[in-house]
Design a protein around this ligand. Structure first.
Ligand code: ARG
Length: 459
């Protein structure tokens, strides 16, 4: 197949070179953006009097039929034509003749691919934003349903203090809110229009880059042609966003794996969101959570790969930059898939309220509350901590929990203990009393819910 750049060459490229050099296998997913971008470019060339109006018409009509063919599965992508840009342009010229050969005036694949990637990213940001919102809503709904479900909160994976399941899930909701903000931040880098930078140094033709930006709904235009063709910050920013989001989802995944173990027994995943074992008939495995946790590593890898690829590159375009695509596309797919499957998995899981409450009652996670009780009776906190520490050691020795120790026994540790200590030990009271801003108290969580609703409405 004749190369669009073949003029100065006297031989065909080696077959392996064709295969190695080609990006069509993965950049064909940019076909929609490539065609829309080319249409905008052609329109602008026409408006600026750079190519004749009849040619613009032919180009636009030709590109529309190519778009329809690709969407109908009637387009064969050729490796010998290297990438999506040349596959489409070659086919266009084949169909409409010389007008097609005018399309690439004042343009290079360097600014063309940058344009395609910016447009594609903008579309994905919108879709990912919607999936993220959907997941936030799902989390908020489960949290709201469990606003009174008590469970132990953990530090060092040791039971620490009583909280509610709602409070725990709201922590993730807050992380996802930050992810949404980060995603919004990615937008401004994606929303810059690179076309018109040419290969590196703009063009001698009287183009109007702002017209192209307006046609394609871009908020701004790259102010330096060399930056425009070599910038990959927006991809690094997207991959950073994706890495942090996946890190949050991976932490939740780890908790879902723990909670659904027999040892915890806090939740049970719906049968539609778990898998079995080919050998052990009793098994119900949290594969989805494990996979999200596993795929997180892959997304981190893409961020690292892009940073390293960009690191030593002299300005401006170098073919190394073609390596920006597979990792980015894979991160997009991974994030979208993970978010979509998680929303449904969370909404359908069964929460074992009793098991959670049992874990918080047969337990010492109310010990801080007993120390706070003594503080309210006038004892300095450090001394209260020491006294309660001794009570805990005594209880463990007796094979009991704190509420099972008699007042008489308590009195041997401090005269300040009275009948009302039992109330202070009730997990429900422990939670209700934690009314500090952002704390787990039912009243505080109610405020967090309404803040969450407002935030969702604003997004
Ligand atoms: N397929 C290339 C890429 O993805 C398009 C740009 C190629 N430019 C060039 N001068 N070889 O980066």
């Amino acid at each position: 197949m004749a190369k669009l750049w073949g003029g100065r060459f006297s031989k065909n490229t080696n077959e392996l070179v064709d295969a190695f050099n080609a990006s069509i296998e993965f950049d064909k997913r940019l076909y929609h953006e490539d065609i829309r971008g080319s249409i905008a470019h052609a329109q602008m060339l026409g408006k600026c009097g750079i190519i004749p109006a009849e040619d613009v018409e032919k180009i636009v009509a030709g590109l529309e039929t190519i778009l329809a063919d690709i969407e109908a599965g009637n387009f064969s992508f050729e490796v010998a034509l290297e990438d999506i840009h040349m596959n489409i342009e070659a086919r266009l010229t084949e169909r409409i003749g010389v007008a097609g050969a005018r399309l690439h005036t004042a343009r290079s694949r360097n600014d063309q691919v940058a344009l395609d990637m910016h447009m594609y990213m903008k579309r994905e940001i919108v879709e990912i934003g919607e999936l993220l919102l959907q997941f936030e809503k799902a989390l908020l709904a489960v949290a709201q349903k469990h606003d009174r479900t008590l469970m132990p909160g953990y530090t060092h994976l040791q039971r620490a203090q009583p909280i509610t399941f709602a409070h725990h899930l709201l922590a993730y909701f807050n992380m996802l809110q930050r992810d949404f903000r980060r995603l919004q931040g990615v937008w401004s880098g994606a929303d810059m229009m690179p076309l018109g930078a040419g290969a590196i140094a703009g063009t001698t033709f009287p183009i109007d880059r702002f017209d192209v930006a307006e046609q394609l709904n871009f908020g701004s235009v790259y102010a330096n042609s060399m930056d425009a063709v070599s910038d990959r910050d927006y991809i690094i920013e997207f991959l950073s966003f994706a890495s942090v989001l996946m890190m949050h989802m991976s932490r939740l995944s780890e908790e879902i794996c723990l909670w659904s173990s027999t040892e915890f027994g806090f939740i049970e995943l719906d049968d539609a969101f778990a898998t079995g074992s080919s050998m052990m008939p009793q098994k119900k495995n949290p594969d989805i959570a494990e996979l999200v946790r596993g795929k997180t590593g892959r997304v981190y890898g893409h961020l690292q790969a892009m940073l390293v690829t960009a690191k030593g590159l002299p300005l401006t375009y170098n073919k190394d930059l073609q390596e920006d695509k597979e990792g980015f596309f894979d991160a997009v797919d991974t994030v979208k898939f993970s978010l979509a499957v998680y929303s449904d998995m969370i909404s359908t899981m069964t929460v074992n309220v009793e098991k959670m409450e049992q874990a918080v009652s047969k337990d010492f996670s109310n010990a801080t509350d007993l120390a706070d009780y003594l503080v309210r009776k006038g004892l300095p906190f450090r001394q209260a901590h020491e006294v309660v520490g001794k009570c805990v050691a005594y209880a463990i020795h007796q094979g009991k929990f704190l509420p099972e120790i008699s007042l008489e026994e308590y009195k041997t540790f401090s005269a300040l203990f009275e009948e009302d200590l039992l109330e202070a030990l009730q997990p429900e009271n422990c939670v209700a009393a934690r009314t500090s801003y952002g704390g787990p108290a039912f009243s505080e969580n109610a405020k967090q819910f309404s803040r969450g609703d407002v935030l969702l409405a604003e997004q």
